[in-house]
Design a protein around this ligand. Sequence first.
Ligand code: ATP
Ligand code: SF4
Ligand code: MG
Length: 363
Amino acid sequence: MSSDTLLSVTGLKVHFPIKRGVVFDKTIGHVYAVDGVDLEIRRGETYGLVGESGCGKSTLGRAILRLEEITDGSVVFDGEDLAPLRGEALRRRRQDLQMVFQDPLSSLDPRQSVQSLLVEGMKAHGLTADKEATRARLRELMAAVGLPEAALSKYPHEFSGGQRQRIGIARALSVNPSLIVADEPVSALDVSVQAQVINLLESLQESLGLTFLVIAHDLAVVRHISDRVGVMYLGGLVEEADADSLYATPLHPYTRALMSAVPIPDPVVEDTREQILLTGDLPSPAAPPSGCRFHTRCPWKQAERCDTERPELRVVEIDGVPASHRVACHYAEQIASGKLQPHQVEPELVVPLEAEVPVDLGP
Ligand SMILES: Nc1ncnc2c1ncn2[C@@H]1O[C@H](COP(=O)(O)OP(=O)(O)OP(=O)(O)O)[C@@H](O)[C@H]1O
Ligand code: SF4
Ligand SMILES: [Mg+2]
């Protein structure tokens, strides 16, 4: 791990047990929400994490903050493995890792004024000893997120959605974190306000030297603020690259499908670009497909390897594609060169979990 790495996630798994039965409380299976993720975030960069609903993005973000129990793997933050931390040691470490949530209204206590919401977090980390300094800090936080000082005495319901998200961001900033995980920070906001909040995050990152993990289900949202982007599918990363390289040369069939769903404002480009429709729903993370998890929906699926061998995230030898661009597909080179052509995908029946796990009625 190099010294400019702030966060290093290795082999991370978060499996949720599925329980049945009132008396015996048996575990009949697991939801493999995050299932083997390796990921590094450098100091001062913005890493965008995208993927469709239910692929495990929030669980990954929450596991990094240790808000979710880690099943396996490590989360090393600034040289320290967070996985074994408990109690007071974990609480103190949390000052460095803060989260901004999707829905600011449900994450802000409606009975507390903005000032008391901000002071609460600062107090928990011993940052309010000096009254004058605290007041100055509150003013500074309001200015940083573009709200007037008078906002401090108001309550969350008195603000618009965009303003509330600014308060959520101020609260995350209040304890001086080094990493902020922003989970769908703009998806609950009007499109017209989304860009303002994204711009705010970008300018804060530049002025405060913050490191961001920004989660979104839509590639367009993270495009402009991300230095690097990771694409997640059913609990694993399928592609990771510098933002420019990913948008210029998406290599994984899933990324190409996501990309073809993003509207492009230029009608000429819009008419000529590739359209890949994803067939079928996201399979259940409780019964993920064998081999490559995308094989049930992949228009390039091959008879060999795709449904038997899970592809690793690997560097590819394709002209113009840098080594920092990695993809988890056995056939990335042949797909990129056009040697393999897409075909029609027949939707596959997803076997429900109950049918796979024999029900034991107990003694
Ligand atoms: N506490 C939990 N117990 C059981 N299953 C869970 C729990 N939390 C999440 N899951 C399941 O784990 C999978 C991944 O969920 P997660 O919320 O991480 O997805 P996501 O990518 O953030 O989706 P979205 O875009 O809808 O927010 C889903 O199938 C979800 O139902
Ligand atoms: S490994 Fe096979 S199924 Fe998976 S993305 Fe590549 S071609 Fe498609
Ligand atoms: Mg989520």
